[in-house]
Design a protein around this ligand. Structure first.
Ligand code: DX5
Ligand code: ZN
Length: 210
C-alpha cells in the first residue's frame, strides 16, 4: 500500500525540514482549505510551488474548497500532480474532471462522511482515484468513522466493474488499527497526518504503517 503523509500535521514554519522527515513516502498529501467549504483555512498554490522546489514526491492535492474549477489550474501550474475535488463542492463534476485532465494532472473525487457512494458512481470510469473522507474534513487528529468501511467496499465493487485502475484513498483518523481495516475493505492509499508527524521519527512511523 501507499502511505501519503498529510503535511497538515507538519511544521508549516519549516516545510523543507518536514518533507525531509518523510523522505521515503512516494506521495505527499496537501490539504487545501478555504474557510468556506470547510471551517478552516490552510494553504494555497504559492505553498505548492514552494514544496515543488524541494521534492520530486507526488503532490496529491486535496481541494476542500468551493468552486474548485476556478482554482485548479493555479495548483497544477504550481506543481500539483494529482487533484482531488469534492463532489459536494461543484454542480458540474464532468466539467471539473475535464479541466483537470486538460491541464495534465490526475483526477480524484472525494466524498464527505455523509455523502453516499451513489453520488459518484457515474464518474468512476472517468477518474484516477476516489478519496473517502473518514472524518469530517477540516482538521487533523480526529477519530476514524467506522461507516467509511462500507463505502470503501462499495467503491471497490464499482471498481471491479467500471475501472480496474481506480485507486481508493482513505483520509482521516488513520493509525495502525484503522489502516488494517481500510486495507481489508479495499483501500490502496492511506493518508495519515497526525499518526505520522506526531511521532519522534515520522519516516519510521510511515514505514511502520506501510
Ligand atoms: C482533514 C484532512 C486530512 C488530515 C488527516 O480534513 O483532509 O488529510 O490531514 O489528518 P489525520 O491523519 O490526523 O486524521
Ligand atoms: Zn486530506
Amino acid at each position: 500500500m501507499k502511505i501519503a503523509p498529510s503535511i497538515l500535521s507538519a511544521d508549516f514554519g519549516n516545510l523543507e525540514k518536514s518533507i525531509n522527515l518523510v523522505r521515503d513516502a512516494e506521495w505527499l498529501h496537501v490539504d487545501v482549505m478555504d474557510g468556506h467549504f470547510v471551517p478552516n483555512i490552510s494553504i494555497g498554490p504559492v505553498v505548492v510551488k514552494g514544496l515543488r522546489k524541494y521534492t520530486n514526491q507526488v503532490l496529491d492535492t486535496h481541494l476542500m474548497i468551493t468552486d474548485p474549477a476556478k482554482y485548479l489550474e493555479d495548483f497544477i501550474v504550481a506543481g500539483s500532480d494529482r487533484i482531488t475535488f469534492h463532489i459536494e463542492a461543484t454542480k458540474d463534476p464532468i466539467d471539473v474532471i475535464n479541466l483537470i485532465r486538460e491541464k495534465g494532472a490526475k483526477v480524484g473525487i472525494s466524498i464527505k462522511p455523509n455523502t453516499e457512494v451513489n453520488e459518484i458512481s457515474d464518474y468512476i470510469h472517468l477518474i484516477d482515484q476516489v478519496l473517502v473522507m473518514s472524518v469530517e474534513p477540516g482538521f487533523g487528529g480526529q477519530k476514524f468513522m467506522i461507516n467509511s468501511l462500507e463505502k470503501i467496499k462499495a467503491i471497490s465493487a464499482l471498481r471491479d466493474v467500471f475501472n480496474k485502475d481506480l485507486l481508493i484513498v482513505v483520509d482521516g483518523g488513520i493509525n495502525k488499527e484503522t489502516a488494517i481495516l481500510c486495507k481489508e475493505a479495499g483501500a490502496d492509499v492511506l493518508v495519515a497526518g497526525s499518526y505520522v508527524f506526531n511521532s519522534d521519527n515520522p519516516n519510521a512511523q510511515m514505514r511502520l504503517l506501510k
